[in-house]
Design a protein. Structure first.
Length: 239
């Protein structure tokens, strides 16, 4: 049985909360609005309770026609388990599944589940995200488009990630800290990159541009359920 791995959002959440988050701004956020990016990342990285199940699809922008790279894993638990059911209420086994037809079928639909065969719940898992970005460099006013999902109420997260260890020496020497900047926008199919989003990144640096959407049922005393779909492109900052 695989251990759960929420690597992307856990590492981003650590960077945000350890380095750049403003707690006062976060606490004042209107809960009726789309989550801020730091809260979005923190929610996903908080899925640590025993028995938590992660459904994930991670791909590069340039390999959208390849296998969707869907992986389903469970955090080890001695007694707390999630059970999953098909649309006709038949028990299905999705943990560690390598059946890509089954795995693909989970996206864009409601999944039924219960904890230890108690009350059945439902969670809508957004469609697999398929972005289009027609540039090799990220600049202010660059536009990203994707297939919108009107049933996704959690918005779309877009973030840029700078790692000093992969830069040319001249850039690394003057910018030795990891940098993450992100935003969560409505799932309407397009976003124009702003000066504000790129302001902290060194010109000419190599970064990862990622876009994703997620669904989550986060719990402390029994297993959480997290599902997300992300796509990442390695590109260059041009300002």
């Amino acid at each position: 049985m695989k251990n759960i791995k929420i690597i992307i959002f856990a590492s981003i959440s650590f960077l945000l909360y350890g380095c750049i988050m403003d707690p006062e701004l976060e606490n004042n956020q209107n809960q009726d609005e789309i989550l801020s990016f730091s809260n979005y990342a923190k929610i996903l990285s908080d899925a640590t309770s025993e028995g938590t199940v992660l459904i994930q699809s991670n791909l590069s922008f340039v390999n959208l026609t390849d296998n969707n790279n869907i992986d389903i894993s469970e955090r080890p638990s001695s007694n707390k388990r999630l059970s999953f059911f098909s649309e006709n209420n038949q028990l299905i086994d999705i943990i560690g599944s390598i059946d890509q037809n089954l795995n693909n079928s989970l996206y864009g639909k409601k999944i039924k589940y219960s904890v230890d065969n108690n009350t059945t719940k439902e969670l809508y898992i957004p469609n697999l995200i398929k972005p289009i970005f027609n540039k090799t460099k990220i600049s202010p006013n660059s536009e990203i488009t994707w297939n919108p999902d009107p049933l996704n109420k959690n918005g779309v997260a877009i973030w840029v990630y700078y790692m000093p260890t992969i830069q040319y020496f001249s850039i690394m020497e003057s910018n030795r800290h990891y940098i993450v900047e992100g935003i969560v926008v409505p799932d309407d199919g397009k976003y124009t990159i702003t000066n504000e989003l790129l302001s902290r990144f060194p010109n000419g640096s190599t970064v990862e541009l990622s876009i994703g959407r997620a669904a989550f049922d986060i719990n402390n005393n029994y297993p959480s359920l997290v599902a997300y779909t992300t796509r990442t492109l390695t590109s260059e900052i041009s300002k």
